[in-house]
Design a protein around this ligand. Structure first.
Ligand code: NAD
Length: 258
C-alpha cells in the first residue's frame, strides 16, 4: 500500500458478513450495531431472549440482523451456527466471540458447578466458533476474529477464579490462533473491556462500595459506556488493522495504568 492509498474507507466493513455470539444484548449488541454501522450484516447466536431491539438498531443502518436462539455450548452448535450464517448471509468474514458469563463465589463455595459452565461458555465455545470460522476463512484467504477478553485477563479477581482463568485463556488462545492463521490472511485479536454497565456487572454496580472503588480507580472517572467499544471493535475488524495480529486491545478508561 502506498502512503497515498490511505483513506477512511479502510475502516469500512461494507458488504462484510459477521457472527457476534451473544450479539443481541449488552456489549454484544454494541458490537453488532458497530459492525452494522460500518456496513456489515450480522448473525447473532445467543441464549438470551430477543426483543427485536438489536434488529431495529441494525435495520436503521440498512443492514441485516439474523438472531439464532442457541446454547453455543451444546455439541455441534458452533458448526451449525457457522453453516447457518454462511447459508443466510452468503459468507463469513468476521467472528466476534462475545458471549460470556460471570459467576461469583467465595473460594470454598466456588466449585465445579460454577467452574465448568464458565469454561464451556467463555473459553471452549470461543474456541469452537474460531475453529469452525477458520474452516470458512482459510480457503477464502481472509477473515477477522476478535475474542472478547477482560481486565481479568491480566488481573486476579476476588470470587472469580473461573472468570480470570477463562479470560487469561482467551488471550493465550488469541495469540496461538494469530500465529497460525496470519499466513492465511486472517487476523485474530482480542478486545479487553474495562468495567462496563451491562447485566454481567449488575451485582458490582449494586454494591455502593464496589461501584465507587471502580470509579475512583478509573482515570476516566466513570464506568464504560458500551458505545466506547464500537470504534475499537470496528478498527480491529477493518482493513486498517490488517497488520495487527495477536494483540489484546484494552478499552478501560485507563483502569490498568492506575
Ligand atoms: N460488562 C463488562 O463490564 C465486561 C467487561 C469485560 C468483559 N466483558 C465480556 O463481554 C462479553 C459480553 O458481556 P456483557 O457484559 O454484554 O454481558 P451480558 O450478560 O449482557 O451478555 C452475555 C451474552 O452471552 C450470551 N450467552 C451466555 N451464555 C450463552 C450460551 N450458553 N449460549 C449462547 N449465548 C450465551 C447471552 O445470551 C448474552 O447475550 C462477555 O464475554 C464478558 O465476559 C464484559
Amino acid at each position: 500500500m502506498q502512503l497515498t492509498d490511505f483513506a477512511p474507507s479502510l475502516f469500512s466493513l461494507e458488504g462484510k458478513r459477521a457472527i457476534v455470539t451473544g450479539g443481541n444484548t449488552g456489549l454484544g449488541r454494541a458490537f453488532t450495531v458497530a459492525l452494522a454501522a460500518a456496513g456489515a450484516d450480522v448473525f447473532a447466536p445467543s441464549l438470551a431472549p430477543d426483543d427485536g431491539t438489536t434488529e431495529r438498531l441494525v435495520g436503521a443502518h440498512g443492514r441485516r440482523f439474523v438472531f439464532a436462539e442457541a446454547d453455543i455450548t451444546a455439541p455441534g452448535t458452533p458448526e451449525r451456527m457457522v453453516d447457518s450464517c454462511v447459508a443466510q448471509l452468503g459468507g463469513l468474514d468476521i467472528l466476534v466471540n462475545s458471549a460470556g458469563i460471570s459467576l461469583l463465589d467465595d473460594v470454598l463455595s466456588f466449585d465445579r458447578s460454577k467452574w465448568d459452565p464458565m469454561v464451556a461458555i467463555n473459553l471452549t465455545a470461543a474456541f469452537d466458533f474460531a475453529h469452525e470460522a477458520a474452516r470458512v476463512m482459510i480457503p477464502q484467504g481472509s477473515g477477522k476474529i476478535v475474542n472478547i477478553a477482560s481486565l481479568f485477563s491480566f488481573l486476579g479477581g476476588r470470587q472469580s477464579p473461573a472468570y480470570a482463568a477463562t479470560k487469561a485463556g482467551i488471550v493465550g488462545f488469541t495469540r496461538a490462533y494469530a500465529d497460525e492463521l496470519g499466513e492465511h490472511g486472517i487476523q485474530v485479536n482480542a478486545l479487553a473491556p474495562g468495567y462496563f454497565a451491562t447485566a454481567i456487572t449488575e451485582s458490582t454496580r449494586a454494591d455502593a462500595a464496589s461501584n465507587q472503588r471502580i470509579i475512583d480507580h478509573t482515570p476516566a472517572g466513570r464506568w464504560g459506556d458500551p458505545a466506547d467499544l464500537m470504534g475499537p471493535l470496528v478498527f480491529l475488524c477493518s482493513r486498517a488493522a490488517d497488520y495487527v495480529n495477536g494483540h489484546t486491545l484494552t478499552v478501560d478508561g485507563g483502569y490498568l495504568v492506575r
